[in-house]
Design a protein around this ligand. Structure first.
Ligand code: NAD
Length: 347
């Protein structure tokens, strides 16, 4: 590794680590992917072969490797808190996959500790880097639809294969599993970023697909934002349409529709007779979410790139990680409502 380059070590070499690794490879002018860590020997062997990097079975060995300046944590949710604290205690830079941690309290603690440690910290919440939502942010700032009255998000995936694996961490609440945990983190972050805080909410959930595990596969969380706007967020992990996201915003002067399966992806409607709407430029149509060119893949590349570039340039990343911490408060409230069958007010 050239002395001037940052050494990156990835811990957790599963599904999404490959997209992070692709981003580091594209930034070989400033970073070297020097190490990977996983408890699964097959994962470390594949990583060593593909990237020619060192591998470890123990996270602490990766953290203590002097060639590692930045640790990228891409781990099961129940490991996020302790792993993040170990990285921060070692004074290494940290990029941490969402959700920050399975509880709000742990999420706050990580955020605080990162500020104290003075390292470059970011929660990898790709939602902030989805081109369509960046276009929506611009439109809202321009006042294109007036005051938002109603916001609806929808997040669909198909995790039937994963969720059929006995013992897989996503199928158990104690390991940080749960649909609202996994995907609510995205949608509640989106609401906070674009529209502000939640005032009250109600959550309902069910299990549509008869798998032998304890978690919900379909949920709805709805309520009122502090702005007064109503919101509803739909989630499913047993979708029989492609992995996709949708956002509908209705305002006092128009509306915005985002649909990753539609071309154009973002449409702006101005008034009740605007039947065609206006295609919002600059948002590529990439419905094959997980592959190069896909809306999700590209957002993760942009996210990791912003983390590295902001570190090199000595500026904060685009995302406010505090908003990802806030999202975990809403995840907790949603589960509280789902369990009690009652609204959670005064948030
Ligand atoms: N931004 C997104 O859209 C997105 C998409 C997928 C996953 N994620 C997040 O990324 C994280 C990982 O998810 P994933 O889908 O890659 O999970 P995964 O199950 O595919 O991978 C997790 C990896 O961690 C390894 N692991 C488990 N315990 C370990 C330990 N103690 N030390 C080192 N490695 C260990 C596992 O063997 C596995 O290879 C989660 O936080 C998840 O929410 C985000």
């Amino acid at each position: 590794m050239a002395a001037s380059k940052l050494g990156v070590g990835i811990a957790g070499l599963g599904l999404i680590s490959k997209t992070h690794a692709a981003a580091y490879q594209r930034m070989s002018d400033v970073v070297d992917l020097v190490a990977g860590c996983d408890v699964d020997p097959k994962a470390t062997a594949a990583f060593a072969e593909e990237y020619g990097a060192k591998t470890y079975a123990d996270l602490h060995d990766l953290i203590n490797d002097p060639a590692v300046d930045v640790v990228d944590l891409i781990l099961p949710h129940h490991l996020h808190h302790d792993a993040a604290m170990a990285v921060l205690d070692a004074g290494k830079h940290l990029i941490l996959e969402k959700p920050v941690a399975p509880t709000y309290e742990q999420s706050v603690a990580i955020h605080r500790r990162a500020a104290e440690a003075g390292v470059h910290f970011m929660v990898a919440e790709n939602t902030r880097y989805i081109a369509a939502y960046q276009a929506v942010e611009r439109l809202l700032k321009e006042g294109a639809i007036g005051e938002v009255i109603h916001a609806r998000t929808y997040l669909r995936s198909n995790e039937k294969a994963h969720l059929s694996m006995p013992g897989y961490w996503r199928t158990r609440y104690e390991l940080g599993g749960g649909l609202v945990m996994d995907t609510g983190a995205h949608s509640f972050y989106l609401l906070k970023w674009l529209l502000g805080e939640v005032d009250e909410l109600t959550g309902i959930s069910r299990k549509v697909f008869p798998l032998d595990n304890e978690i919900e596969d379909t949920a709805e969380v709805f309520g009122r934002l502090k702005s007064g706007a109503h919101f509803s967020c739909g989630f499913t992990s047993v979708s029989e349409v492609p992995h996709s996201e949708r956002l509908e915003l209705f305002g006092t002067e128009g509306g915005i529709l985002v649909d990753q399966m539609a071309d154009p992806v973002v449409k702006l409607f101005r008034g009740q007779y605007d039947f065609q709407g206006e295609a919002v430029e600059g948002v590529p149509f990439g419905p094959d979410a997980w592959h190069p060119g896909g809306w999700h893949y590209e957002s993760v590349l942009t996210e990791v790139t912003d983390y590295v570039r902001s570190l090199v340039e000595g500026r904060p990343p685009l995302i406010d990680s505090g908003d990802t911490v806030y999202a975990m408060r809403i995840v907790e409230a949603a589960y509280e409502s789902i369990k009690s069958g009652r609204p959670v007010t005064g948030l």
